[in-house]
Design a protein around this ligand. Structure first.
Ligand code: SAM
Ligand code: SF4
Length: 482
Protein backbone atom coordinates (compact mmCIF):
# COMPACT_ATOMS: atom_id res chain seq x y z
CA UNK A 1 0.00 0.00 0.00
CA UNK A 2 1.29 3.50 -0.86
CA UNK A 3 2.03 5.76 2.12
CA UNK A 4 -0.63 8.46 2.60
CA UNK A 5 -0.07 11.74 0.81
CA UNK A 6 -0.29 14.85 2.93
CA UNK A 7 -2.75 17.64 2.29
CA UNK A 8 -2.64 21.13 3.80
CA UNK A 9 -5.59 23.48 3.20
CA UNK A 10 -5.47 27.14 4.09
CA UNK A 11 -8.93 28.61 3.98
CA UNK A 12 -9.76 32.31 3.80
CA UNK A 13 -13.09 34.03 4.13
CA UNK A 14 -16.56 32.94 5.02
CA UNK A 15 -18.20 29.87 6.54
CA UNK A 16 -18.95 28.60 3.03
CA UNK A 17 -15.20 28.29 2.47
CA UNK A 18 -14.73 26.42 5.75
CA UNK A 19 -17.39 23.96 4.59
CA UNK A 20 -15.88 23.72 1.08
CA UNK A 21 -12.45 22.99 2.57
CA UNK A 22 -13.90 20.05 4.50
CA UNK A 23 -15.52 18.73 1.35
CA UNK A 24 -12.18 19.00 -0.50
CA UNK A 25 -10.61 16.90 2.27
CA UNK A 26 -13.45 14.35 1.80
CA UNK A 27 -12.95 14.41 -2.01
CA UNK A 28 -9.24 13.74 -1.74
CA UNK A 29 -9.42 11.12 1.05
CA UNK A 30 -10.18 8.24 -1.41
CA UNK A 31 -7.05 9.35 -3.34
CA UNK A 32 -4.94 8.59 -0.25
CA UNK A 33 -4.63 12.14 1.09
CA UNK A 34 -4.61 12.82 4.83
CA UNK A 35 -4.56 16.26 6.39
CA UNK A 36 -1.43 17.81 7.83
CA UNK A 37 -1.23 20.97 9.92
CA UNK A 38 2.22 21.78 8.56
CA UNK A 39 2.81 23.18 5.11
CA UNK A 40 6.44 21.98 5.06
CA UNK A 41 5.71 18.26 4.75
CA UNK A 42 2.63 18.64 2.51
CA UNK A 43 2.43 16.93 -0.88
CA UNK A 44 -0.49 19.16 -1.82
CA UNK A 45 -1.25 22.66 -0.55
CA UNK A 46 -4.63 24.19 -1.36
CA UNK A 47 -5.31 27.88 -0.84
CA UNK A 48 -9.07 28.17 -0.57
CA UNK A 49 -9.54 31.83 -1.36
CA UNK A 50 -12.04 34.63 -0.84
CA UNK A 51 -12.60 37.56 -3.21
CA UNK A 52 -15.02 39.68 -1.22
CA UNK A 53 -12.49 42.37 -0.40
CA UNK A 54 -9.29 43.52 -2.06
CA UNK A 55 -6.82 42.54 0.63
CA UNK A 56 -8.03 38.94 0.53
CA UNK A 57 -6.76 38.37 -3.04
CA UNK A 58 -3.51 40.26 -2.39
CA UNK A 59 -2.94 37.97 0.60
CA UNK A 60 -3.22 34.99 -1.76
CA UNK A 61 -0.47 36.31 -4.03
CA UNK A 62 1.86 36.99 -1.11
CA UNK A 63 1.11 33.52 0.31
CA UNK A 64 1.98 32.04 -3.10
CA UNK A 65 5.30 33.87 -2.93
CA UNK A 66 6.07 32.18 0.40
CA UNK A 67 4.92 28.80 -0.91
CA UNK A 68 7.33 29.03 -3.84
CA UNK A 69 10.24 28.81 -1.39
CA UNK A 70 8.67 25.81 0.38
CA UNK A 71 8.04 24.07 -2.94
CA UNK A 72 11.65 24.70 -4.07
CA UNK A 73 12.94 23.33 -0.77
CA UNK A 74 10.82 20.18 -1.20
CA UNK A 75 12.20 19.75 -4.73
CA UNK A 76 15.76 20.00 -3.39
CA UNK A 77 14.91 17.00 -1.19
CA UNK A 78 13.51 15.09 -4.16
CA UNK A 79 9.86 15.64 -3.15
CA UNK A 80 7.11 16.99 -5.39
CA UNK A 81 4.78 19.50 -3.82
CA UNK A 82 1.67 20.55 -5.75
CA UNK A 83 -0.06 23.86 -5.16
CA UNK A 84 -3.72 24.50 -5.95
CA UNK A 85 -5.71 27.71 -5.72
CA UNK A 86 -9.42 27.15 -5.12
CA UNK A 87 -12.36 29.37 -4.15
CA UNK A 88 -13.58 32.73 -5.39
CA UNK A 89 -10.22 34.32 -6.29
CA UNK A 90 -9.56 31.25 -8.46
CA UNK A 91 -12.95 31.77 -10.12
CA UNK A 92 -12.51 35.51 -10.67
CA UNK A 93 -8.82 35.62 -11.55
CA UNK A 94 -7.98 32.16 -12.90
CA UNK A 95 -5.97 33.33 -15.93
CA UNK A 96 -4.30 36.07 -13.90
CA UNK A 97 -3.14 33.52 -11.31
CA UNK A 98 -1.69 31.32 -14.04
CA UNK A 99 0.14 34.37 -15.44
CA UNK A 100 1.32 35.86 -12.13
CA UNK A 101 2.13 32.68 -10.21
CA UNK A 102 3.88 29.91 -12.19
CA UNK A 103 4.26 28.03 -8.88
CA UNK A 104 0.55 27.08 -9.07
CA UNK A 105 -0.28 23.65 -10.54
CA UNK A 106 -4.09 23.69 -10.34
CA UNK A 107 -6.68 26.49 -10.37
CA UNK A 108 -10.21 25.40 -9.51
CA UNK A 109 -13.41 27.44 -9.05
CA UNK A 110 -15.85 26.85 -6.19
CA UNK A 111 -18.31 24.88 -8.34
CA UNK A 112 -15.69 22.41 -9.61
CA UNK A 113 -13.68 21.16 -6.65
CA UNK A 114 -15.26 17.71 -6.96
CA UNK A 115 -12.95 17.47 -10.04
CA UNK A 116 -9.78 17.95 -7.95
CA UNK A 117 -8.50 14.36 -8.43
CA UNK A 118 -8.82 14.64 -12.23
CA UNK A 119 -7.29 18.13 -12.24
CA UNK A 120 -4.28 16.89 -10.25
CA UNK A 121 -3.82 14.04 -12.74
CA UNK A 122 -4.16 16.52 -15.60
CA UNK A 123 -1.54 18.83 -14.01
CA UNK A 124 0.83 15.90 -13.54
CA UNK A 125 0.50 15.09 -17.24
CA UNK A 126 0.44 18.59 -18.76
CA UNK A 127 2.18 20.72 -16.13
CA UNK A 128 -0.93 22.75 -15.13
CA UNK A 129 -4.70 22.54 -14.97
CA UNK A 130 -7.35 25.25 -14.78
CA UNK A 131 -11.10 24.84 -14.34
CA UNK A 132 -13.24 27.89 -13.72
CA UNK A 133 -16.22 27.15 -15.96
CA UNK A 134 -19.47 26.53 -14.12
CA UNK A 135 -20.01 22.78 -14.73
CA UNK A 136 -23.42 21.59 -15.88
CA UNK A 137 -23.60 18.91 -13.20
CA UNK A 138 -24.29 19.56 -9.53
CA UNK A 139 -21.07 19.11 -7.57
CA UNK A 140 -23.00 17.88 -4.52
CA UNK A 141 -24.06 14.78 -6.43
CA UNK A 142 -20.40 13.86 -6.96
CA UNK A 143 -18.88 14.80 -3.61
CA UNK A 144 -18.22 11.72 -1.48
CA UNK A 145 -19.83 11.86 1.98
CA UNK A 146 -17.41 12.47 4.84
CA UNK A 147 -16.10 9.35 6.59
CA UNK A 148 -17.46 8.78 10.15
CA UNK A 149 -13.99 9.35 11.63
CA UNK A 150 -13.68 12.67 9.77
CA UNK A 151 -17.07 13.81 11.11
CA UNK A 152 -16.14 12.82 14.66
CA UNK A 153 -12.79 14.62 14.42
CA UNK A 154 -14.47 17.84 13.29
CA UNK A 155 -16.48 18.26 16.46
CA UNK A 156 -20.07 18.55 17.54
CA UNK A 157 -21.03 21.57 15.45
CA UNK A 158 -21.19 21.36 11.68
CA UNK A 159 -22.05 23.49 8.66
CA UNK A 160 -24.27 22.07 5.93
CA UNK A 161 -24.62 23.92 2.62
CA UNK A 162 -28.26 24.05 1.54
CA UNK A 163 -28.09 26.81 -1.03
CA UNK A 164 -25.36 28.36 -3.14
CA UNK A 165 -24.95 31.38 -5.37
CA UNK A 166 -26.98 34.55 -5.56
CA UNK A 167 -29.37 36.26 -7.97
CA UNK A 168 -29.62 39.54 -6.06
CA UNK A 169 -26.74 41.44 -7.70
CA UNK A 170 -26.03 44.03 -5.03
CA UNK A 171 -23.90 46.56 -6.91
CA UNK A 172 -20.85 46.12 -4.63
CA UNK A 173 -20.72 42.32 -4.51
CA UNK A 174 -18.78 39.69 -6.51
CA UNK A 175 -20.71 36.68 -5.21
CA UNK A 176 -23.17 36.39 -8.15
CA UNK A 177 -20.15 36.31 -10.50
CA UNK A 178 -17.88 33.98 -8.50
CA UNK A 179 -20.46 31.57 -7.05
CA UNK A 180 -22.95 31.79 -9.90
CA UNK A 181 -26.75 31.65 -9.94
CA UNK A 182 -28.79 30.67 -6.92
CA UNK A 183 -29.25 26.89 -6.55
CA UNK A 184 -30.96 24.98 -3.70
CA UNK A 185 -30.16 21.37 -2.78
CA UNK A 186 -33.03 18.88 -2.55
CA UNK A 187 -34.50 18.33 0.94
CA UNK A 188 -33.78 14.57 1.03
CA UNK A 189 -30.05 15.13 0.37
CA UNK A 190 -29.88 17.61 3.24
CA UNK A 191 -31.74 15.23 5.57
CA UNK A 192 -29.28 12.44 4.62
CA UNK A 193 -26.33 14.72 5.39
CA UNK A 194 -27.74 15.83 8.75
CA UNK A 195 -28.67 12.26 9.76
CA UNK A 196 -25.13 11.08 8.95
CA UNK A 197 -23.67 13.94 10.99
CA UNK A 198 -26.03 13.29 13.93
CA UNK A 199 -25.19 9.57 13.90
CA UNK A 200 -21.54 10.51 14.35
CA UNK A 201 -21.94 12.86 17.28
CA UNK A 202 -22.84 16.21 15.68
CA UNK A 203 -25.32 18.09 17.86
CA UNK A 204 -25.53 21.49 16.19
CA UNK A 205 -26.14 22.22 12.51
CA UNK A 206 -25.72 25.60 10.84
CA UNK A 207 -27.39 25.63 7.44
CA UNK A 208 -25.36 27.85 5.16
CA UNK A 209 -25.81 29.63 1.86
CA UNK A 210 -24.91 33.01 0.37
CA UNK A 211 -28.61 33.75 0.65
CA UNK A 212 -29.75 30.93 2.85
CA UNK A 213 -33.33 32.09 3.34
CA UNK A 214 -33.87 32.21 -0.42
CA UNK A 215 -33.74 28.39 -0.09
CA UNK A 216 -36.39 26.73 -2.27
CA UNK A 217 -35.41 23.07 -2.56
CA UNK A 218 -37.39 20.19 -3.96
CA UNK A 219 -39.17 18.39 -1.12
CA UNK A 220 -39.84 14.64 -0.83
CA UNK A 221 -43.51 15.44 -1.60
CA UNK A 222 -42.51 16.94 -4.96
CA UNK A 223 -43.29 20.47 -3.76
CA UNK A 224 -40.87 23.33 -3.20
CA UNK A 225 -39.85 23.67 0.44
CA UNK A 226 -38.80 26.94 2.06
CA UNK A 227 -36.05 27.30 4.66
CA UNK A 228 -38.67 27.39 7.41
CA UNK A 229 -40.18 24.07 6.27
CA UNK A 230 -36.71 22.53 6.10
CA UNK A 231 -35.93 23.66 9.66
CA UNK A 232 -39.14 22.10 11.03
CA UNK A 233 -38.12 18.77 9.42
CA UNK A 234 -34.46 18.83 10.51
CA UNK A 235 -35.48 19.49 14.11
CA UNK A 236 -37.08 16.00 14.12
CA UNK A 237 -33.72 14.28 13.57
CA UNK A 238 -32.63 12.53 16.79
CA UNK A 239 -29.46 13.98 18.29
CA UNK A 240 -29.79 17.46 16.75
CA UNK A 241 -30.25 19.86 19.64
CA UNK A 242 -29.44 23.17 17.95
CA UNK A 243 -30.18 24.59 14.51
CA UNK A 244 -28.93 27.84 12.99
CA UNK A 245 -28.80 29.33 9.52
CA UNK A 246 -26.69 32.00 7.82
CA UNK A 247 -26.61 34.36 5.88
CA UNK A 248 -30.09 35.74 5.45
CA UNK A 249 -31.35 38.51 3.21
CA UNK A 250 -34.01 40.85 4.64
CA UNK A 251 -36.16 40.47 1.51
CA UNK A 252 -36.51 36.71 1.78
CA UNK A 253 -37.84 36.34 5.33
CA UNK A 254 -40.95 34.20 4.84
CA UNK A 255 -43.73 33.63 7.35
CA UNK A 256 -42.78 29.94 7.76
CA UNK A 257 -39.31 30.99 8.91
CA UNK A 258 -40.81 33.34 11.49
CA UNK A 259 -43.20 30.58 12.60
CA UNK A 260 -40.26 28.16 12.94
CA UNK A 261 -38.66 30.59 15.40
CA UNK A 262 -41.90 30.44 17.40
CA UNK A 263 -42.37 26.66 17.25
CA UNK A 264 -38.98 24.95 17.00
CA UNK A 265 -37.09 24.98 20.32
CA UNK A 266 -33.89 23.77 18.64
CA UNK A 267 -33.84 26.84 16.37
CA UNK A 268 -31.56 29.30 18.12
CA UNK A 269 -32.85 32.83 18.73
CA UNK A 270 -29.90 34.53 17.03
CA UNK A 271 -30.19 35.75 13.44
CA UNK A 272 -27.52 37.23 11.20
CA UNK A 273 -29.47 39.70 9.07
CA UNK A 274 -27.20 42.07 7.13
CA UNK A 275 -28.57 45.52 6.32
CA UNK A 276 -25.36 47.18 4.95
CA UNK A 277 -26.57 50.78 5.44
CA UNK A 278 -29.18 52.77 7.34
CA UNK A 279 -29.79 55.18 4.44
CA UNK A 280 -32.48 54.48 1.83
CA UNK A 281 -30.50 56.46 -0.74
CA UNK A 282 -27.45 54.23 -0.24
CA UNK A 283 -29.53 51.04 -0.10
CA UNK A 284 -31.04 51.97 -3.49
CA UNK A 285 -27.57 52.64 -4.97
CA UNK A 286 -26.48 49.27 -3.57
CA UNK A 287 -29.49 47.61 -5.27
CA UNK A 288 -30.37 45.96 -1.96
CA UNK A 289 -34.07 45.81 -2.92
CA UNK A 290 -35.23 46.80 0.56
CA UNK A 291 -35.60 50.03 2.49
CA UNK A 292 -34.68 50.81 6.08
CA UNK A 293 -38.31 50.54 7.16
CA UNK A 294 -38.67 47.17 5.36
CA UNK A 295 -35.71 46.01 7.44
CA UNK A 296 -37.19 47.32 10.69
CA UNK A 297 -40.47 45.56 9.91
CA UNK A 298 -38.64 42.25 9.40
CA UNK A 299 -36.92 42.65 12.78
CA UNK A 300 -40.29 43.37 14.39
CA UNK A 301 -41.79 40.20 12.91
CA UNK A 302 -39.02 38.10 14.49
CA UNK A 303 -39.32 39.92 17.81
CA UNK A 304 -43.09 39.43 17.87
CA UNK A 305 -42.66 35.63 18.07
CA UNK A 306 -39.53 35.46 20.25
CA UNK A 307 -38.80 38.23 22.68
CA UNK A 308 -35.35 36.80 23.45
CA UNK A 309 -34.20 36.92 19.81
CA UNK A 310 -30.98 38.81 19.07
CA UNK A 311 -29.49 40.03 15.79
CA UNK A 312 -26.16 40.58 14.14
CA UNK A 313 -25.55 42.34 10.84
CA UNK A 314 -23.06 43.42 8.18
CA UNK A 315 -22.36 47.06 7.34
CA UNK A 316 -20.38 48.71 4.57
CA UNK A 317 -19.04 52.22 5.22
CA UNK A 318 -17.88 54.55 2.47
CA UNK A 319 -20.02 53.15 -0.34
CA UNK A 320 -19.63 55.57 -3.32
CA UNK A 321 -21.65 58.73 -2.67
CA UNK A 322 -22.25 57.98 1.04
CA UNK A 323 -22.57 61.37 2.78
CA UNK A 324 -22.15 62.17 6.48
CA UNK A 325 -25.95 62.33 6.65
CA UNK A 326 -26.25 58.82 5.17
CA UNK A 327 -23.68 57.55 7.65
CA UNK A 328 -25.52 59.17 10.58
CA UNK A 329 -28.63 57.29 9.42
CA UNK A 330 -26.63 54.04 9.72
CA UNK A 331 -25.59 54.94 13.28
CA UNK A 332 -29.22 55.78 14.07
CA UNK A 333 -30.41 52.41 12.77
CA UNK A 334 -27.78 50.56 14.83
CA UNK A 335 -28.86 52.49 17.93
CA UNK A 336 -32.49 51.73 17.24
CA UNK A 337 -32.10 48.00 16.57
CA UNK A 338 -29.46 47.20 19.23
CA UNK A 339 -27.23 44.39 17.96
CA UNK A 340 -25.52 41.54 19.81
CA UNK A 341 -22.60 42.08 17.42
CA UNK A 342 -21.93 42.99 13.79
CA UNK A 343 -19.28 43.01 11.10
CA UNK A 344 -18.39 46.30 9.48
CA UNK A 345 -16.28 46.76 6.39
CA UNK A 346 -14.81 49.61 4.39
CA UNK A 347 -16.18 49.58 0.87
CA UNK A 348 -13.76 47.91 -1.53
CA UNK A 349 -14.38 48.25 -5.30
CA UNK A 350 -14.61 44.79 -6.84
CA UNK A 351 -13.64 44.53 -10.52
CA UNK A 352 -16.62 43.80 -12.74
CA UNK A 353 -19.27 45.00 -10.27
CA UNK A 354 -21.45 48.05 -11.12
CA UNK A 355 -20.30 50.00 -8.04
CA UNK A 356 -16.68 49.76 -9.19
CA UNK A 357 -17.61 52.23 -11.99
CA UNK A 358 -19.25 54.71 -9.61
CA UNK A 359 -17.25 57.91 -9.45
CA UNK A 360 -18.21 59.59 -6.15
CA UNK A 361 -15.58 57.88 -4.01
CA UNK A 362 -15.49 58.56 -0.29
CA UNK A 363 -11.96 59.51 0.80
CA UNK A 364 -9.85 56.92 2.63
CA UNK A 365 -9.62 59.22 5.65
CA UNK A 366 -13.39 59.57 5.88
CA UNK A 367 -13.89 55.84 5.44
CA UNK A 368 -11.43 55.09 8.26
CA UNK A 369 -13.08 57.61 10.52
CA UNK A 370 -16.61 56.28 9.85
CA UNK A 371 -15.49 52.70 10.40
CA UNK A 372 -14.05 53.62 13.81
CA UNK A 373 -17.26 55.43 14.84
CA UNK A 374 -19.45 52.54 13.72
CA UNK A 375 -17.27 49.91 15.35
CA UNK A 376 -17.24 51.82 18.64
CA UNK A 377 -21.03 51.83 18.66
CA UNK A 378 -21.28 48.14 17.76
CA UNK A 379 -18.62 47.20 20.34
CA UNK A 380 -20.50 49.06 23.06
CA UNK A 381 -23.70 47.19 22.14
CA UNK A 382 -21.90 43.85 22.07
CA UNK A 383 -20.24 44.51 25.45
CA UNK A 384 -23.56 45.49 27.01
CA UNK A 385 -25.21 42.38 25.54
CA UNK A 386 -22.49 40.15 26.99
CA UNK A 387 -22.42 41.93 30.36
CA UNK A 388 -26.20 41.46 30.73
CA UNK A 389 -25.53 37.70 30.95
CA UNK A 390 -23.59 38.00 34.24
CA UNK A 391 -25.60 36.58 37.14
CA UNK A 392 -27.97 34.72 34.79
CA UNK A 393 -28.19 31.00 34.11
CA UNK A 394 -27.93 30.23 30.39
CA UNK A 395 -27.88 27.05 28.32
CA UNK A 396 -24.49 26.17 26.86
CA UNK A 397 -23.72 23.49 24.27
CA UNK A 398 -20.25 22.23 25.21
CA UNK A 399 -17.90 21.81 22.25
CA UNK A 400 -14.29 21.11 23.24
CA UNK A 401 -11.41 21.39 25.70
CA UNK A 402 -10.43 25.02 26.31
CA UNK A 403 -6.85 26.24 26.20
CA UNK A 404 -6.79 26.58 30.00
CA UNK A 405 -6.27 23.12 31.52
CA UNK A 406 -9.42 21.70 33.15
CA UNK A 407 -11.75 24.07 31.33
CA UNK A 408 -14.36 23.09 28.77
CA UNK A 409 -15.72 25.65 26.33
CA UNK A 410 -19.11 25.81 24.68
CA UNK A 411 -21.47 28.35 23.16
CA UNK A 412 -24.60 30.03 24.40
CA UNK A 413 -27.64 30.41 22.13
CA UNK A 414 -26.06 33.70 20.98
CA UNK A 415 -22.71 32.08 20.11
CA UNK A 416 -20.95 33.66 23.10
CA UNK A 417 -18.09 31.36 24.17
CA UNK A 418 -18.68 30.14 27.73
CA UNK A 419 -16.03 28.39 29.88
CA UNK A 420 -16.51 26.12 32.90
CA UNK A 421 -14.25 23.84 34.93
CA UNK A 422 -15.48 20.30 34.27
CA UNK A 423 -14.60 16.88 32.95
CA UNK A 424 -14.72 16.39 29.15
CA UNK A 425 -17.84 14.21 29.64
CA UNK A 426 -19.97 17.30 29.11
CA UNK A 427 -18.83 17.75 25.50
CA UNK A 428 -21.90 17.38 23.31
CA UNK A 429 -24.35 18.20 26.13
CA UNK A 430 -26.46 21.31 26.58
CA UNK A 431 -26.24 22.29 30.25
CA UNK A 432 -27.31 25.31 32.28
CA UNK A 433 -24.40 27.51 33.33
CA UNK A 434 -24.51 30.26 35.93
CA UNK A 435 -22.45 33.08 34.43
CA UNK A 436 -20.11 34.71 36.96
CA UNK A 437 -17.85 36.96 34.94
CA UNK A 438 -16.85 38.17 31.54
CA UNK A 439 -13.31 38.13 30.21
CA UNK A 440 -13.11 40.18 27.03
CA UNK A 441 -15.67 38.36 24.84
CA UNK A 442 -15.78 35.08 26.84
CA UNK A 443 -18.21 34.20 29.61
CA UNK A 444 -16.96 32.30 32.66
CA UNK A 445 -19.28 30.36 34.93
CA UNK A 446 -20.22 27.22 36.80
CA UNK A 447 -22.44 24.32 35.83
CA UNK A 448 -25.86 24.89 37.40
CA UNK A 449 -26.72 21.18 37.32
CA UNK A 450 -24.83 17.91 37.13
CA UNK A 451 -24.12 16.60 33.63
CA UNK A 452 -26.07 13.65 32.23
CA UNK A 453 -24.41 10.33 32.98
CA UNK A 454 -23.52 9.04 29.55
CA UNK A 455 -20.37 8.17 27.64
CA UNK A 456 -18.08 11.07 26.90
CA UNK A 457 -17.84 12.49 23.42
CA UNK A 458 -14.38 12.59 21.88
CA UNK A 459 -12.49 15.40 23.60
CA UNK A 460 -12.04 17.80 20.72
CA UNK A 461 -9.23 20.15 21.46
CA UNK A 462 -8.58 21.66 18.07
CA UNK A 463 -10.11 22.04 14.66
CA UNK A 464 -8.67 19.60 12.18
CA UNK A 465 -9.00 21.75 9.09
CA UNK A 466 -5.38 22.57 8.36
CA UNK A 467 -5.71 26.32 8.74
CA UNK A 468 -8.49 28.88 8.71
CA UNK A 469 -7.76 32.54 8.13
CA UNK A 470 -10.90 34.54 8.74
CA UNK A 471 -10.73 37.56 6.46
CA UNK A 472 -14.40 37.64 7.28
CA UNK A 473 -15.40 36.05 10.55
CA UNK A 474 -18.40 33.82 10.92
CA UNK A 475 -20.89 34.79 13.62
CA UNK A 476 -19.36 32.13 15.85
CA UNK A 477 -15.99 33.82 15.60
CA UNK A 478 -17.34 37.31 16.00
CA UNK A 479 -17.79 37.18 19.74
CA UNK A 480 -14.30 35.83 20.32
CA UNK A 481 -12.74 39.03 19.06
CA UNK A 482 -10.42 36.80 16.99
N1 SAM B 1 -25.52 37.55 1.18
C1 SAM B 1 -25.19 38.33 2.28
C2 SAM B 1 -26.07 39.56 2.30
O1 SAM B 1 -26.85 39.78 1.44
O2 SAM B 1 -25.92 40.37 3.17
C3 SAM B 1 -23.74 38.76 2.32
C4 SAM B 1 -22.71 37.93 1.74
S1 SAM B 1 -21.16 38.73 1.53
C5 SAM B 1 -20.28 37.31 1.19
C6 SAM B 1 -20.66 39.15 3.17
C7 SAM B 1 -20.50 40.61 3.45
O3 SAM B 1 -19.34 41.13 2.86
C8 SAM B 1 -21.61 41.51 2.94
O4 SAM B 1 -22.74 41.47 3.76
C9 SAM B 1 -20.97 42.86 2.90
O5 SAM B 1 -21.15 43.56 4.11
C10 SAM B 1 -19.49 42.53 2.71
N2 SAM B 1 -19.06 42.92 1.36
C11 SAM B 1 -19.41 42.35 0.20
N3 SAM B 1 -18.84 43.00 -0.84
C12 SAM B 1 -18.12 44.03 -0.31
C13 SAM B 1 -17.33 45.04 -0.87
N4 SAM B 1 -17.19 45.19 -2.18
N5 SAM B 1 -16.71 45.91 -0.02
C14 SAM B 1 -16.86 45.79 1.32
N6 SAM B 1 -17.61 44.84 1.90
C15 SAM B 1 -18.24 43.95 1.10
FE1 SF4 C 1 -23.75 39.63 -2.42
FE2 SF4 C 1 -25.51 39.04 -0.48
FE3 SF4 C 1 -26.07 40.97 -2.27
FE4 SF4 C 1 -26.05 38.41 -3.03
S1 SF4 C 1 -27.46 39.39 -1.56
S2 SF4 C 1 -25.17 40.11 -4.14
S3 SF4 C 1 -24.38 37.60 -1.77
S4 SF4 C 1 -24.41 40.95 -0.71
Amino acid sequence: MNPPRKLHIKSYGCQMNVYDAQRMVDTLAPEGFVETASVDDADLVILNTCHIREKASEKVYSELGRLRAVKDEAARHGRTMNIAVAGCVAQAEGEEIVRRAPVVDVVVGPQSYHHLPQLLAHAKRDGRALETEFPVEDKFVFLPPPKPEAIRARGISSFVTVQEGCDKFCTFCVVPYTRGAEVSRPVTKIIDDVERLADNGVREITLIGQNVNAYHGEGPDGRTWSLGALLYRLAEIPGIVRLRYSTSHPRDVEDTLIAAHRDVPALMPFVHLPVQSGSDRVLAAMNRKHTVSDYRRVIDRFRAVRQDIAFSSDFIVGFPGETEEDFLATLALVTQIGYAGAYSFKYSPRPGTPAADMREMVSAVEMDERLVRLQELIDSQQSAFNAATIGNTVDVLFERLARNPGQIVGRTAYLQPAHVMSSPDIIGQVLPVRIESLERYSLLGELARAPDARPAQAAFSEITLSEITPSEMTPSEMTTGA
